[in-house]
Design a protein around this ligand. Structure first.
Ligand SMILES: Cc1cc2nc3c(=O)[nH]c(=O)nc-3n(C[C@H](O)[C@H](O)[C@H](O)COP(=O)(O)OP(=O)(O)OC[C@H]3O[C@@H](n4cnc5c(N)ncnc54)[C@H](O)[C@@H]3O)c2cc1C
Length: 381
């Protein structure tokens, strides 16, 4: 999150708290999930005169919206349906920001996309041209203009592009502002409850939760990364696959960057699928009993990266591996266990000794292989 001096100096107006309510017997619409999406859906449904019941298993903002950076970007959208929606969304955000004022910490700060090389700059120029044709404002920046826009950037960069419509908002405040807006109509209830199933009934479905049932003709799945699991519980299918993002929060610093600044390669990374290709785990206990875990039960997350001084490759050398409900922490015996086999197999990878711990207790040693970090592996070969 980029903190501006203004925000630090003058704390913005607090958003009105939303009182927790009992689960109603019925509603015109039930929204599962009180993150940014569920809150916005609730605000717009309530504005159409519907009685809206929002449920969340943790209460509002128990998921991703409490961790996001809040950028509202056109710059990272490729022409197509997502860009069309983003253009409409930017307009709705401007309307909301006008009504909510400082309460949502909205900033129309603009985005500066930086090219690190001439080929990147050429690709960025092509993307910006396509985006302009779709209605986005984008201006090319040569090396001098880039430096003028963001004087703290490293020297020697060839240029970039400026996107004046890129904005930023505080996502938690924005979600609460939407819920407050819905609550102000007198037609919103927010209940801490977990959706577990759906009973189809004539006229209105009955959503089953751990706190009872609510009947409604409309049920909205706004469970974010858990949307696929919620759909499954409700007898439906939604191919939502979670993606991991990292954010570094610093202590408040003087303003160093004036815009949203990112390298142009990020556009490709956001557009990429980036999900799990394959995952599987088998655990053998000391008696030799095997437990098998399916892809949905296995998760790898990086806790620390190490960059090789020889190849410049970054490896997630310290990580957490989840198998079902159990978390294993892997830590390298030493960081530098990179193998450069460019002269034989062609691969550059990391393989080596790690310690394994569970619930803070050392449980053994392991051998970890990390491939595909130097360059993508072609799985068809
Ligand atoms: C580090 C990081 C940075 C990001 N930066 C940006 C950015 O700059 N701009 C941007 O647009 N996006 C960004 N994102 C993505 C953005 O934060 C998410 O897309 C967005 O917050 C998703 O909102 P949501 O309401 O769909 O889901 P969530 O906020 O995850 O809300 C889902 C809710 O559903 C609830 N829930 C789940 N299962 C059930 C159940 N069975 N019953 C009841 N409730 C349930 C959860 O408790 C949760 O509160 C970022 C994400 C991360 C991680």
């Amino acid at each position: 999150m980029c903190y501006q001096e203004r925000v630090i100096a003058d704390a913005p107006q607090p958003v009105a708290p939303i009182p927790a309510a009992q689960l109603p017997a019925s509603a015109d619409a039930v929204v599962i999930g009180a993150g940014m999406v569920g809150a916005a859906v609730a605000a717009w449904l309530a504005a159409t005169g519907r009685r809206v019941c929002v449920i969340d298993r943790t209460g509002p903002l128990g998921g991703t919206s409490a961790s996001g950076e809040g950028n509202i970007l056109l710059s990272d959208k490729l022409p197509g349906p997502e860009l069309s929606l983003a253009l409409r969304s930017t307009q709705l955000w401007l309307d909301l920001a006008e009504q909510a004022g400082d309460a949502v910490e909205f900033e129309r700060k603009g985005g500066v996309v930086v090219a690190a090389s001439q080929p990147q700059l050429d690709a960025l120029a092509g993307l910006a041209e396509d985006q302009r044709a779709a209605g986005v404002q984008a201006t090319a920046l040569d090396a001098a203009a880039l430096r003028e826009a963001e004087p703290q950037l490293a020297p020697g960069l060839p240029g970039g592009a400026f996107y004046p419509q890129d904005c930023q908002v505080q996502p938690m405040r924005a979600a609460m502002a939407c819920l407050s807006r819905a609550a102000a109509t007198g037609r919103l209830t927010v209940t801490r409850a977990e959706a577990t199933g759906l009973l189809p009934r004539h006229g209105a479905a009955h959503l089953v939760t751990d706190r009872g049932q609510v009947a409604a003709p409309v049920v909205v799945n706004a469970a974010g990364p858990w949307g696929g699991e919620v759909a499954r519980r409700l007898g439906s299918f939604l191919p939502v696959r979670p993606r991991r993002g990292h954010i570094l929060v610093t202590e408040p610093l003087p303003v160093l960057v004036k815009h949203k600044v990112y390298e142009s390669d990020y556009v490709g990374a956001v557009a990429s699928d980036g999900g799990k290709v394959w995952a599987h785990a088998v655990l053998r206990d000391s008696q030799g009993k095997l437990s098998t875990f399916e892809p949905g039960q296995v998760d790898f997350s990086s806790r620390r990266e190490w960059r090789s001084p020889r190849t410049g490759t970054s490896y997630p050398v310290a990580s957490t591996v989840k198998t079902g409900t159990v978390e294993w922490r892997l830590d390298p015996l030493m960081d530098d266990q990179e193998l450069d086999s460019t002269q034989s197999t062609g691969a550059v990878y990391w393989e080596g000794a790690v310690t394994v711990s569970r619930d803070g207790k050392a449980v053994g040693r392991g051998y970890l292989e990390l491939t595909g970090y130097n360059k993508a592996l072609d799985l068809d070969k």
